[in-house]
Design a protein around this ligand. Structure first.
Ligand SMILES: Cc1cc2nc3c(=O)[nH]c(=O)nc-3n(C[C@H](O)[C@H](O)[C@H](O)COP(=O)(O)O)c2cc1C
Length: 366
């Protein structure tokens, strides 16, 4: 038995060999016509990282409408499902566990992805951000406010993607309800000005998310569903907090006690929010008492702070993002207290092997 909390197994529903989770990370390596995860790149990348207690894949679009970045993999076509099957099999053969993150970017997109049509969003409000299109970064536009029909279709798309994920052999799905994308746009009063049952009150602004969760729950076991939130996101991805932002997340997280989910995955603030009056500065501490189920925490953790947050009882699992890009053997490095390799931001989203599957393990390098 290790004396590190991060390396202790986690038996509740998920049955993980350790508590080190690989956070979802877009790497834009599906540079092919059908945005298919390919064997040469995807299978190697995820298999190299299979000693994580749990891998959460990159955000994967649930439909053609859902996309907003070039070369991201999808989970809506037959070919994509076939590609992912090879990934899950290989990770499982190595004893790993893997969830897929289900993604719809909403207004964080560009007409170039939609044959010139406008991207979808709760309201016609431009996030004044940038979309990474096949021709490089472009300014976002004023999106189309979703009709009830659009909302129903999107609920169906998420359900279908969850069914596809099961067919592809994933251990579960994570709903990407974080980081300024479609669900977050519905939650936030500054991006949602709707006057129907999807806007106005907190209950209305969270309705779409719960409709999607309930639809997925009809198709797959609740214990296979995770959800992700970034409550104190401000000034990034087009999101501006207001006085109702934190109460909205408190409402959601308390309501999730009525479900039996795999986990709730939260991020600590991505930037300095000490001057934002509406922001909560310590997310794990604030939300842990509100949620009875498995809590995963992320953003800015290292070995020491990761062990500490679990020991202090503020989280059950810790998701590591960037450290996993450059340390495929992150778990082994923690185990032996080996130093970590630095990541190269220049190759986060570039096509091909470089900066993707060529980071050596500590043992390979020494
Ligand atoms: C290259 C890169 C891509 C990312 N893509 C996603 C994504 O697809 N979905 C998501 O929820 N978060 C995404 N994130 C955020 C990470 O999951 C994580 O929240 C962030 O990196 C902070 O954790 P860290 O300090 O351990 O890196 C991404 C981060 C990076 C660096």
């Amino acid at each position: 038995m290790s004396d590190q909390a991060l390396l202790s197994p986690f038996h509740k529903t998920l049955n993980l060999s350790n508590r080190v989770v690989m956070a979802p990370m877009t790497r834009s390596r599906a540079a092919n016509e059908g945005n298919i995860p390919t064997e040469d790149l995807y299978v190697s990348y995820y298999t190299q990282r299979a000693s994580a207690g749990l891998i959460i894949t990159e955000g994967s679009q649930v439909s053609k409408d859902a996309v907003g970045y070039v070369n991201t993999a999808g989970i809506h076509s037959k070919e994509q499902v076939e590609g992912w099957k090879k990934v899950t099999k290989s990770v499982h053969d190595k004893g790993g566990k893997i969830f897929i993150q289900l993604w719809h970017v909403g207004r964080m997109s560009h007409p170039d992805f939609h044959n010139g049509e406008l991207p979808l969003a709760p309201s016609a409000i431009n996030p004044n951000a940038q979309s990474y299109t096949p021709e490089g970064f472009k300014d976002t536009v004023t999106p189309k406010a979703m009709s009830i029909e659009d909302i129903k279709q999107t609920v169906a798309d998420f359900k279908n993607a969850a069914i596809n994920a099961m067919e592809a052999g994933f251990d579960g799905v994570e709903i990407h309800s974080s980081n300024g994308y479609l669900f977050h746009q519905f939650f936030n009063g500054t991006s949602n000005h709707r006057t129907d049952e999807y806007g106005g009150s907190i209950e209305n602004r969270t309705r779409f998310f719960f409709e999607v969760l309930d639809a997925i729950k009809e198709a797959i076991a609740q214990e296979k569903i995770g959800v992700r939130f970034n409550p104190s996101l401000n000034g990034m991805f087009g999101i501006t907090m207001d006085e109702e932002t934190i109460p909205t997340f408190e409402h959601i997280i308390k309501k999730l006690n009525d479900y039996d989910l795999a986990y709730v995955h939260l991020s600590e603030p991505f930037n300095d929010v000490s001057n934002i009056p509406f922001a909560v500065k310590h997310i794990a501490k604030h939300f842990r008492p509100l949620y009875n189920g498995t809590l995963m925490i992320n953003a800015g953790f290292d070995q020491e702070s990761g062990n500490k947050v679990i020991e202090e009882g503020n989280a059950d699992l810790v998701a590591f993002g960037k450290p996993f890009i450059s340390n495929p053997d992150l778990v082994e490095r923690f185990k032996h207290n080996y130093p970590l390799a630095d990541w190269d931001t220049d190759t986060f989203y570039t096509p091909g092997k470089e900066g993707y599957i060529d980071y050596p393990t500590y043992e390979e390098n020494n």
